[in-house]
Design a protein around this ligand. Sequence first.
Ligand code: 5GP
Ligand code: MN
Length: 335
Amino acid sequence: MQSIEQVYPILEQKKRIVITMHQKPDGDAMGAALGLYHYLIQLQHEVTVISPTNWAGFLDWMPGVQTVIDYDYSREQAEHIIHHAEMLFCLDFNIMYRTKHMERILTEAKCIKVLIDHHQEPQTTAFDFGESDTSKSSTCEMIYDFIMSSPHKSLLNTDIATCIFTGIMTDTGSFRFPSAGADVHRKVAVLKETGINHSEIFENIYDNSTEGRLRFIGNALLNRLEVLYEYNTAMMVISKKDILKYHIQTGDTEGLVNYLLGITGIKLGALLIDRNEERKWSFRSKGSFDVNAFARNHFEGGGHKNAAGGRSSETLEKTAQDFKEILKQYEQQLQ
Ligand code: 5GP
Ligand code: MN
């Protein structure tokens, strides 16, 4: 994989470009894709953002989101565009399986492939150019760097800044994680100077729930929480019944796992949700416990040291039971 600066000369000529991100894109994935989109269209490229799946309703206000194609819904149209693309930007993921059903078409595509991502252990052989930096707070911060180090940094506008701010805000837990260093705040200051409305962005993301979602969270905290004090671990198991009862949609479970680390002394939070095709884990940790390694070793997943995801094809009960069994190996590390 060649370095990201080598992409600038390629972008001096008009190209057909596809931007994609991981399935069920979050604020960072969607923000990075749309931030880059608003930059590239000013350079007169023909740009299409294709999401592997649908996304949370609380992202639907983002500038440009109405142009995003959902591969799951518009497969033929999306495949046609990918076939004719000259360049592909892969954002906020580093291994092709995270694009779900798009994995094959992206792997087989013959165009120039560019990676911009901040997760651990990238599949670098899959990309021609790119940057993979786990020290970055978010992929949006990396898009900021990409634009501001380019020969066209004057193209930074409020649309780009709004999208990038969204991803930095969501991936840093509203600027509270260790990743939100002084540098991040300096970059955010530049974004704010373009005239973005950061209070409105925050409200659009975090004050945008259905009543059902709030009641679902209430039920989860009251009835689905299990604290395993001997392992300093808190877990929650959400069944399909809960999902249906509260009309839970894509994105409605976002943030739920964070409550688990709110209990004094808890070092590992684990949320298990029964999705249609699989049982999906969200892991969060405090301190040195590495959930990226944990998810990789036991649940076909990965992510970051303190935030990762995984999956299982076993039943919900069996998956939860397996987790408790596996925890026994980590008793020391969790003290
Ligand atoms: P979340 O729990 O919010 O879904 O994911 C936490 C972090 O882990 C995010 O950065 C996400 O991109 C990453 N992640 C989630 N699921 C997986 C997975 O199955 N594989 C890998 N490699 N990363 C994941
Ligand atoms: Mn991210």
